[in-house]
Design a protein around this ligand. Structure first.
Ligand SMILES: O=c1ccn([C@H]2C[C@H](O)[C@@H](COP(=O)(O)O)O2)c(=O)[nH]1
Length: 187
């Protein structure tokens, strides 16, 4: 996992978005945290395995996209959208590649449990950031919270959704290019 490369590439996209939308100096962290919650919900929706009321609980991993006229993997696409926001949030919090340590398996036993835990880790990070007495929060607390989120997220992808990290990085780079192009084309 090349966190240094991913953070650099993410930083380039974030700067491009800030430049093209004229957002210099604006506090965007709250919106990025909400965006991550939304993308995680979209990922769960493509996974479908929690829809006990439906006959279709198969993950959407192979769908013909009429817009792109090609076969796509909606599950992987949502996963790398989440990865974009995790990296972007990390950068906003001053996290560098040296702070990211993926060593523990923080995934739950089931996919449902793991999604619920991830929402919890995102909320924990938000709560930490919003704490009334900022002096009581250290960078170590933020670093630990980001690492828990990343460890659980990586485990979700590799252990529960069956992605190799190579395919995740490749899909991330593809989507990153699309995100740059969207800014050029007035998204
Ligand atoms: O500061 C930002 C804002 C957005 N995105 C990316 C993450 C997702 O890949 C994509 C979300 O686009 P929608 O398709 O949800 O609009 O934008 C970033 O990387 N950084």
């Amino acid at each position: 996992m090349n966190w240094q490369k991913l953070l650099e590439i993410q930083g380039g996209l974030d700067e491009h978005i800030i430049d093209s939308k004229g957002l210099e100096g604006q506090e965007l962290l709250d919106k990025k945290i909400l965006a991550l919650q939304v993308e995680l919900g979209e990922l769960a929706n493509e996974w479908r395995g929690f829809k006990f009321w439906s006959d279709d609980q198969e993950a959407k991993t192979n769908q013909f996209c009429l817009h792109k006229l090609e076969w796509t993997n909606p599950l992987l696409e949502e996963y790398v959208d989440c990865l974009h926001f995790i990296l972007s949030i990390s950068l906003s919090l001053g996290i560098t590649h040296e702070d990211i340590v993926v060593e523990d398996d923080l995934t739950g036993e089931t996919v449902t449990e793991t999604f619920n835990e991830l929402f919890g880790y995102i909320t924990a990070l938000y709560t930490l950031k919003e704490v009334n007495i900022p002096a009581s929060i250290t960078f170590d607390d933020i670093q630990a919270s980001v690492n828990e989120l990343i460890e659980c997220f990586v485990g979700l992808g590799e252990k529960h959704l069956g992605f190799s990290w190579d395919e995740v990085e490749k899909a991330y780079l593809d989507k990153n290019k699309i995100n740059h192009a969207r800014q050029e084309n007035g998204y």
